[in-house]
Design a protein around this ligand. Structure first.
Ligand SMILES: *[C@@H]1O[C@H](CO)[C@@H](O)[C@H](O)[C@H]1NC(C)=O
Ligand SMILES: *[C@@H]1O[C@H](CO)[C@@H](O)[C@H](O)[C@H]1NC(C)=O
Ligand SMILES: *[C@@H]1O[C@H](CO)[C@@H](O)[C@H](O)[C@H]1NC(C)=O
Ligand SMILES: *[C@@H]1O[C@H](CO)[C@@H](O)[C@H](O)[C@H]1NC(C)=O
Ligand SMILES: *[C@@H]1O[C@H](CO)[C@@H](O)[C@H](O)[C@H]1NC(C)=O
Ligand SMILES: CC(=O)N[C@H]1CO[C@H](CO)[C@@H](O)[C@@H]1O
Ligand SMILES: CC(=O)N[C@H]1CO[C@H](CO)[C@@H](O)[C@@H]1O
Length: 784
């Protein structure tokens, strides 16, 4: 092509994109967000792009659209995008522009939460660790170095989105942005500097002139024109800080995150649906599910400390990208019911009438004749018959019925009409053939060892380049020590700020201690074998994700801060905190890049009869072929203790099946106020047994799998499995029991294509007409 032709071609591209991307204005009033002048009820769901792979994105977005969402909400992950000052990264899982464009192609909107503080159970709340070491910096307050860095990054993201024409006013999908994140509670604690910072943040953001509204969540004093929004399990009683702002819910928690050592929380679909209907009936117009797809904290991205690798969140789309039924389907049905009320919801204010001691009707009746009603029963113990208009309606306990025409109840939050499914992990491979490499204990004369007087904070030394930091010192034992004769070994006591610690005396593991989600600090206290002369004390301190929430969490410590004492010597107690300590960052295997494909052969590995097993600090490697099919894959790590896993050099996360879930697991009743402790599973089992292996990270054959094990597991128990959907029931589950009865208030409107209903498998369809053909039914194939 001549350059002239190329120019013409470019011109045509420019012209065609101008023709096809029609821009619209975004504004708001007291009732709702207005897109191009029309008030909208917007249903939104969080999908965080780095918590899945680009190959998964189109399918996740399609499932969100099919589930009835209008908007995809994501945070922007600063520490992924700016790994060192001024060096930006927007590739692969961090390809934000690609993600936003995929949402646009699917015809959905984007709510971009820039933060740049994001919390999100993400390492350091999204802040790059180098930021902590900028001279004079204090995070999230009226502090010049911080504000300058925050402004730099926010400007960078906004200008990138503008250059790609991604704001709605430019024809793009972004209808809203967020600055800061849940700052209100922090401001309350720190006072005036916090108030000044809030004002500054709002002004800085608004000056960037995106053309679309900004929100601040959990921020009662959000300055105009920024909208303050609600986060929580329920938000019906929330009111914005000005009459002209809409009532918006930016985080409706669909479940809760899992911590290592904690039980796995779930939230019943009936209760989420109830909370959403309750918010809408009270005048809410924007609801976001946090999370709609939670995904995976790959590598060392999980926050904490102690946030698990799985960020499944009991979300409507599970960690592996499959529909979680009946939650996904129940919410889809709810969304349809809400959408059929939209004309009334956006044009009228609700009137409230009592229908009984604990029952209410919220009616939206507009001048133009649109009418929608929500009939609520707040009783947690029994269902109630109420009279509304000229008809009677049976309301199950803790439920809301939706009547888009004020007559016909098309949906009730406690009646789950969606199909259920059971997921199973089915092992696929023959046993792996493992090789092992023993991680060497470092010594004080190794390369890259630094020596300091006293005990130093871990993150100050590692800058989070590794989870691991060795603290090494010598203890001289005089031959005249009494304990050498009496056999009464001295007591070694170590106080650490966390998060886990392996104690080696003269190269031998003497014990392991670790903190937990609620309390990361730990103490090691045990009698240890010491010999006359020099004894080597080596402490491997392990960080398990940097904190992501709390006032000035950037100042929280990790590592062995002491004191470290030896008790039971002739002199009584010897305090060894202040003597010389040698520091070594990371593992030898990390320095050698043993987890990469290119470098894993740089050492001699043992195999066969000399394979190391059940020994601490061991590397394992194997190769395997990708299993056929397209089901998602997971690794069963239940035979292992604690460490990290890599596939073809990419970190699939920290494993810690040795940390058994504590908590109260029991019967979960959907009715009554939900808390994250209410419906838990996995008590007495590993908090996380399965680890997601993205399909797109595999080649057909010869994939490398490397495991670093701290505790001493048996690699022969590691297995790769396919996640399959093994059974599906089209149960009209009502209070847990499948029923064949036709309920008066189930959807009477039938699908537009009755010929496509799955009558054979889903036998109840003809009775209640609830289930329409889903284009996603390819994954649902078993019978009841
Ligand atoms: C917004 O409204 C304008 C004027 O009515 C119209 O030309 C444009 O197509 C609308 N944009 C969208 C995205 O609907
Ligand atoms: C902000 O960006 C400017 C220009 O790129 C740079 O000189 C400055 O160092 C940055 N400030 C911070 C705190 O990162
Ligand atoms: C509601 O009314 C129906 C029909 O009259 C009846 O079968 C049902 O038992 C009543 N339910 C309650 C909770 O009173
Ligand atoms: C020592 O540090 C340098 C620079 O960080 C690194 O390239 C080298 O691999 C390290 N050597 C060892 C033995 O850890
Ligand atoms: C040990 O020394 C440290 C550092 O001087 C001091 O803070 C600590 O209180 C001492 N502990 C004991 C038990 O003597
Ligand atoms: C665990 C937690 O943060 N729960 C909150 C959920 O939301 C409600 C309402 O906003 C709060 O009161 C809870 O503290
Ligand atoms: C998209 C998809 O897989 N649709 C299937 C749904 O189920 C029907 C009946 O089993 C199939 O014919 C469709 O191909």
């Amino acid at each position: 092509m001549s350059s002239k032709v190329v120019d013409l071609f470019k011109l045509w591209l420019l012209f065609s994109s101008w023709v096809f991307s029609v821009s619209a204005t975004v504004s708001y009033d007291s009732k709702a967000i207005l897109i191009n002048g029309s008030r909208r009820i917007l249903l939104s769901g969080s999908i965080h792009y780095p918590r899945s792979t680009p190959e998964m994105w189109p399918d996740l977005i399609a499932k969100a659209k099919e589930g009835g969402l209008d908007v995809i909400q994501t945070y922007v992950f600063w520490n992924g995008h700016e790994p060192s000052p001024g060096n930006y990264y927007f590739e692969d899982r961090y390809d934000l522009v690609r993600f936003v464009k995929l949402v646009q192609q699917a015809g959905l909107y984007v709510h971009l939460r820039i933060g740049p503080y994001i919390c999100a159970e993400w390492n350091f709340g999204g802040f790059p660790v180098w930021l902590k070491f900028v001279p004079g910096i204090v995070f999230r307050t009226d502090n010049e170095p911080f504000k300058s860095a925050m402004q730099n990054f926010t400007e960078k993201i906004v200008s990138m989105m503008k250059a790609e024409m991604l704001f709605e006013t430019q024809g793009g999908p972004i209808i809203m942005s967020q600055i800061e994140n849940e700052f209100g509670p922090v401001e309350w604690e720190i006072g005036d500097p916090g108030k000044a910072y809030t004002k500054w943040a709002a002004q800085m953001a608004v000056r960037l002139d995106t053309g679309v509204p900004w929100v601040m969540c959990k921020q009662d004093d959000a300055p105009d024109p920024v909208i303050n929004t609600c986060n929580g399990f329920y938000c019906e009683n929330f009111t914005p800080n000005a009459k002209y702002k809409p009532k918006m819910w930016t985080e409706n928690w669909t479940g809760w995150y899992t911590g290592f050592g904690g039980a796995v929380p779930t939230r019943p679909a009936e209760d989420i649906a109830f909370s959403v209907a309750r918010f809408i009936q009270n005048g809410g117009s924007f609801v976001n599910y946090y999370m709609y797809h939670g995904g995976t904290n790959f590598g060392r991205t999980s926050g904490g400390p102690f946030i698990a690798t799985s960020y499944d969140y009991d979300a409507p789309i599970d960690e592996y990208g499959q529909l979680r039924e009946p939650k996904w389907g129940h919410l889809r049905d709810l969304h349809r019911a809400i959408k059929s009320c939209e004309p009334a919801l956006v044009s009228a204010d609700p009137t409230l009438t009592s229908l009984g001691s604990n029952q209410e009707a919220h009616v939206f009746s507009s001048k133009s004749g649109a009418c929608a009603a929500f009939l609520a029963n707040y009783e947690t113990k029994y269902s109630v018959n109420v009279t509304f208009g000229s008809a009677q309606y049976e309301l199950p306990r803790w439920s809301i019925s939706i009547l888009p025409d004020c007559k016909t109840a098309v949906f009730n939050t406690a009646r789950v009409g969606a199909q259920s499914s059971v997921k199973q992990m089915v092992p696929v491979n023959a046993a792996f053939s493992w090789q092992s490499y023993d991680e060497e204990r470092p010594s004080a004369d190794d390369q890259n060892v630094t020596v300091h007087d006293g005990l130093w904070e871990q993150i100050f030394i590692t800058r989070d380049a590794s989870d691991y930091l060795w603290y090494m010192t010598d203890v001289n034992i005089d031959p005249s020590e009494e304990f050498l004769k009496s056999g009464q070994d001295p007591l070694l006591t170590i106080w650490s700020a966390g998060h886990a610690l392996h104690v080696f005396i003269n190269g031998q593991l003497s014990g392991t201690v670790y903190g937990g989600l609620e309390f990361p600090k730990l103490t090691f206290s045990d009698n240890v074998k010491l010999s006359p002369g020099i004894n080597k004390i080596s402490l491997l301190s392990v960080a398990v994700g940097l904190p992501n929430v709390g006032t000035h969490f950037e100042t929280w410590n990790a590592g062995v801060l002491g004191p470290v004492t030896l008790n039971g010597l002739n002199e009584g107690t010897r305090n060894i905190s202040n003597q010389k300590w040698s520091y070594k960052i990371g593992l030898k295997g990390e320095a050698l890049n043993l987890y990469t494909v290119a470098r894993s052969s740089s050492v001699e590995w043992a195999k066969g009869s000399i394979l190391t097993k059940k020994q601490p600090l061991t590397w394992y490697k194997t190769t395997f072929d990708a299993p056929g099919g397209d089901e998602p894959l997971g690794l069963d790590m239940s035979s292992m203790g604690k460490g990290q896993v890599w596939i073809n050099g990419r970190g699939i996360g920290r494993h810690w099946p040795g940390y058994i879930a504590r908590g109260a697991c029991g019967v979960c009743d959907y009715a009554g106020t939900y808390t994250d402790k209410k419906c838990q599973t996995n008590c007495g089992e590993p908090s996380q047994r399965w680890y997601h292996v993205p399909r797109s990270w595999l080649k057909p054959s010869g994939n490398s799998l490397v495991v670093f094990e701290e505790w001493g597991g048996d690699p022969n128990g590691i297995a790769l499995a396919k996640r399959t959907t093994t059974s599906v029931c089209a149960a009209d589950i009502f209070e847990g029991k499948p029923t064949m009865k036709k309920h008066g208030m189930l959807i009477q409107k039938v699908g537009t294509h009755p010929e496509t209903w799955n009558v054979g498998v889903l036998g109840h369809v003809t009775l209640n007409g609830l289930i329409e053909r889903s284009s996603l039914n390819h994954s649902l194939h078993a019978s009841c």
